[in-house]
Write a new protein. Structure first.
Length: 277
């Protein structure tokens, strides 16, 4: 989980800034990368990394544990799950982990958008890039509940995203195993990487407009926040349908190596642990 954050965070910073920047601030992904390097250096791409680093191990553990536990309850341990059962378990996982993920993403986003001057409309300018001080600023100004700003939008994204994310990985592994006439457990590392990469692409490409809404809501001051429908209308007014795709390229680029590595690692660990049963 930590390795995934370190590798993927520069892509995430680029994505978030493209999604939340004032109109005309960046002229595409390359321009965002150039301006970040010019004004902040390499360290600028790691703005807000403290939040996901602190929560990553717990978040990922909760995510996979929830999915496989839900799948056991829905399909039973001894049965071969159907596509629908995989999707339902993924949706349940997306709902549950949203309550963990929303605060992590919120703090990360607040720190990542500090670079903008003037700030995006209604954006909260925190006092420091420190995670601790960012949290204390939010709590002091708006109470503990403000740490879950954007929860509804996170749920809106997470439920369908995870209903695709986990099933695509499992179904792709099944298909590759069937094609090679072997068991899923016998898949080689390359085949596991392919499955994880496909899952990552499905997560981001399939629900990216919903992520754009979530990012914009979390970049807004808590006392001036808007609902997801109003935020969606604002994004469309500013940039049409293309407004929902700002930042898609770095997200897709990040998802392939990050998710491929993550799922392949989880598979190896689960296979190893199952060997003791």
């Amino acid at each position: 989980g930590v390795a995934v954050v370190v590798i993927g965070h520069p892509f995430d910073t680029t994505k978030t800034r493209l999604q939340t920047s004032p109109l005309g601030y960046y002229n595409g992904t390359i321009d965002c990368v150039k301006k970040t390097l010019q004004s902040e250096g390499i360290g600028g791409f790691y703005s807000g990394i403290g939040s996901p680093l602190m929560g990553q191990m717990f978040f990922r553990a909760a995510s996979f544990a929830t999915f496989y536990k839900s799948l056991d309850q829905i399909a039973g341990r001894d049965n071969r799950p159907t596509v629908g059962q995989y999707c339902l378990a993924g949706a349940v996982t997306g709902f549950c982990i949203a309550f963990i993920e929303a605060p992590i993403d919120l703090i990360k986003t607040k720190i990542q958008i500090e670079i903008f001057s003037p700030a995006p409309p209604n954006a909260l300018r925190v006092e420091s890039s420190s995670v601790v001080k960012t949290v204390s600023t939010l709590v002091r100004q708006h109470g503990v509940i403000s740490l879950w700003q954007g929860l509804n939008a996170t749920l809106l994204r997470n439920i369908p995203a995870n209903a695709m994310f986990f099933p695509v990985n499992e179904i792709t592994k099944r298909a590759l195993a069937k094609r090679a006439n072997k068991e899923v457990q016998q898949l080689n590392p390359i085949e596991r990487f392919i499955s994880g990469a496909a899952a990552g692409l499905s997560y981001w490409v399939g629900t990216f407009p919903l992520d754009a809404i979530k990012a914009r809501i979390q970049a807004t001051s808590y006392d001036q926040r808007k609902g997801w429908i109003e935020t969606a209308k604002l994004i469309f007014k500013e940039g049409g349908f293309q407004g929902f795709a700002r930042g898609l390229a770095p997200s897709a680029a990040r998802s392939v190596p990050a998710c491929a590595t993550m799922f392949a690692t989880v598979d190896v660990v689960r296979d190893h642990l199952n060997s003791f049963r």
